[in-house]
Every structure is written in C-alpha cells, then in structure tokens.
Design a protein around this ligand. Structure first.
Ligand code: HEC
Length: 144
C-alpha cells in the first residue's frame, strides 16, 4: 500500500472513531441544539414558553419601546460604517447631528439623490427603510 493509501485509511478510522464518540456522548438529556427532545425540550419550553411565546414577547417589547429604542435596533446595520457611537469610519460622523439633518439625509438617499461622492453606498442602505425607520433612526442618532 502506498503511503497515501495508509494515510487515507488512518484518516477514515480517525473520522469513524470521532463520529462514534460524538454519537455516544450526544445524549438526549444534554442541552445541545440537536439533542434537545423529550425532557430537555419540555424543560426548555417551561423556561421560555417556546418559540411562539418568545416571538410574542419580543414583539410586545418592541411595541412598548420608544422611537429611540427602536431606532437603536435598526442602527445595528449602520454600525459597520458609522461606528457604534456614531463617530464615523467608512461613512461620515453622525454623532452630534440633529434629528432633521439625519432624517433629511436619509430621505434624500432613499430617493436616490446624490449628496456626496459616496452617496451610492447609502442608496442601498436607505432603500430598505420605512418612514418610521427613518424617524426612529434620527431620534436615536441624535442622542449619540
Ligand atoms: C457601507 C457603509 C455604510 C453603511 C452600512 C451605512 N452608511 Fe451611511 N454613509 C456611508 C457613506 C460612505 C456616507 C457618505 C455618502 C455621501 O457621500 O453622500 C454616508 C452618509 C450617511 C449620512 C449623511 C451624513 C452626512 O453628514 O452627510 C447619514 C445620515 C447616514 N449615512 C446614515 C446611515 C444610517 C442610518 C445607516 C444604517 C441604516 C447607514 N448610514 C449605513 C456609508 C454607510
């Protein structure tokens, strides 16, 4: 047998042992993502109320949240370019700008208007925003 063949056999044995070990240790009462059935699942449902309850709780929390809080949630998609604190990066500094300045700029970008040399980077971002999103974002950003 060539050395490549020996390596291949050793590797197959290694994978088989690993798989067997994973199957043995993945007991159903262990809270892992794929092994959670039976009692484990019942306990999880008891703790969280299940996915439907979790989604309802999330929706209720969002409904109670003020514009700034909702804007903060949407702002997660802006952080990469404008910074978590709005200090800028790829995009300009947003911290310190007024609600009107922010919402005005976002409305222009959403309409596909050119404001600066890199406006095209903002068109795709703003296109997805609703009027509420823009108002909430401006309310949040003005607090930075
Ligand atoms: C891919 C990087 C990128 C992402 C993501 C991004 N921006 Fe921008 N943003 C820019 C760039 C670049 C500019 C400057 C565009 C220009 O030249 O007109 C800008 C400009 C702006 C401006 C105008 C600022 C000024 O002083 O003129 C606002 C307001 C703004 N972005 C808000 C947002 C918001 C809100 C989000 C998230 C929904 C977001 N941006 C996501 C890159 C980005």
């Amino acid at each position: 047998m060539s050395s490549d063949g020996i390596i291949a056999v050793c590797f197959s044995v290694f994978v088989a042992v690993l798989t067997a070990w994973a199957m043995i240790t993945n007991e159903y009462d262990v809270t892992s993502q794929h092994g959670c059935t039976g009692e484990c699942y019942a306990a999880w449902r008891e703790r969280t109320g299940g996915v439907v309850q979790m989604a309802a709780a999330q929706a209720a929390a969002l409904a109670e949240a003020g514009p700034g809080e909702r804007g903060a949630a949407v702002y997660a998609s802006c952080v990469a370019c404008h910074g978590a604190d709005g200090s800028g990066g790829v995009g300009p500094r947003l911290a310190g700008q007024s609600i009107d300045a922010i919402s005005g700029a976002l409305l222009q970008y959403r309409a596909g208007e050119t404001r600066g040399a890199q406006s095209s980077l903002m068109w795709g971002q703003a296109r997805e925003l609703s009027d509420d999103d823009i108002a909430n974002l401006a309310a949040f950003i003005a607090t930075l």
